[in-house]
Structure formats: structure tokens, C-alpha cells
Design a binder for this molecule. Structure first.
Ligand code: SF4
Ligand code: SF4
Length: 146
């Protein structure tokens, strides 16, 4: 998989290559709020109850789509519409014709480099287990300005 992210388009990538693009930031696992009128989607600093905040991994990845209603499978088809993804997201960046950030684990060879660079949910998220749904609006954040 030598630097495939520089030589292949998203369409040309194998399933394993596609999966390995994920930097493990956990930022897509933050609870979102949709404004009913504008249909705009806002991120919050509250994370899905299945997210292990320390490692930014899903506690039940195999069953995530059946278990958590807000969970989605990122695909080539839905990627363009997911405006709430962080600007650092590898899928979003490659779709926009940008390069991977220098701290991306594929470049560093270290899965912790996303955390060390400060671009993960580890540093600020709190689990929805401890937040009442009515309070979510108080936790809205600009995910790219953290
Ligand atoms: S935001 Fe993108 S890179 Fe980060 S965990 Fe989600 S899919 Fe992976
Ligand atoms: S269930 Fe989905 S949104 Fe929740 S932590 Fe797992 S992958 Fe993220």
C-alpha cells in the first residue's frame, strides 16, 4: 500500500486502503444536532456513548450501525453531503483534492500521531452518558476551531 493515497483516487482504492485512510480522530463520533428549519447540522463536544474517548475507538464497531441510530458508514456516495466532518478528516481532504496532514498515521507510521498533534476527540470530548439530551445545545462547537 505504498503511498496509495497519493497515487489513487478514492474510487480506485481497495476496501482495505479505504479503511486505512481513517486517522482515528473520533471527531465523526461526536453527537450532532440538526436545526429543524435550516437543516444545518452542528457538532457538539459530546461523544457517542460507544466511543472510548481515551483511544477514540468504537467499543462495538461490528454492531455500530444497528446499535446507534446516528452512526453512519462513510461511503463515496454520502461523503459529499457530510458537511459536518472536520476539515482534518482524511476522506474529506482527499475528496477536496487536498493532501493528508503531515501527522496522519499513514505518513507517520504511528497511530497515536493524530492524538499527539491534538486533532482528536481525546482532548475535549465528554460522553453522552453524562449529558441530558435537552442540554446538548449548550455543547455546540465549531469542530475546526477547537
Ligand atoms: S473524522 Fe474522518 S478520519 Fe476522523 S475518525 Fe471520522 S472518518 Fe476517521
Ligand atoms: S457507534 Fe458509530 S458514532 Fe458511536 S462510537 Fe461507534 S462508530 Fe462512532
Amino acid at each position: 500500500m505504498d503511498n496509495f493515497w497519493e497515487t489513487k483516487t478514492l474510487v480506485q482504492m481497495s476496501p482495505d486502503e479505504w479503511e486505512s485512510l481513517c486517522d482515528g480522530c473520533g471527531l465523526c463520533c461526536l453527537v450532532k444536532i440538526e436545526d429543524e428549519e435550516s437543516r444545518l447540522v452542528f457538532n457538539t463536544s459530546v461523544s457517542c456513548r460507544q466511543l472510548d474517548i481515551e483511544t477514540c475507538t468504537c467499543r462495538d464497531y461490528e454492531n455500530r450501525l444497528a446499535d446507534v441510530s446516528m452512526c453512519i458508514r462513510l461511503t463515496l456516495e454520502n461523503l459529499p453531503a457530510l458537511n459536518w466532518l472536520p476539515d482534518t478528516c482524511a476522506y474529506k481532504r482527499l475528496y477536496q483534492g487536498k493532501k493528508l496532514p503531515v501527522w496522519h498515521p499513514l505518513i507517520t507510521g504511528d497511530k497515536d500521531s493524530v492524538h499527539d498533534a491534538g486533532f482528536s476527540a481525546r482532548w475535549f470530548a465528554q460522553s453522552e452518558e453524562y449529558i441530558h439530551p435537552d442540554q446538548l445545545v449548550d455543547f455546540i462547537i465549531d469542530i475546526d476551531e477547537k
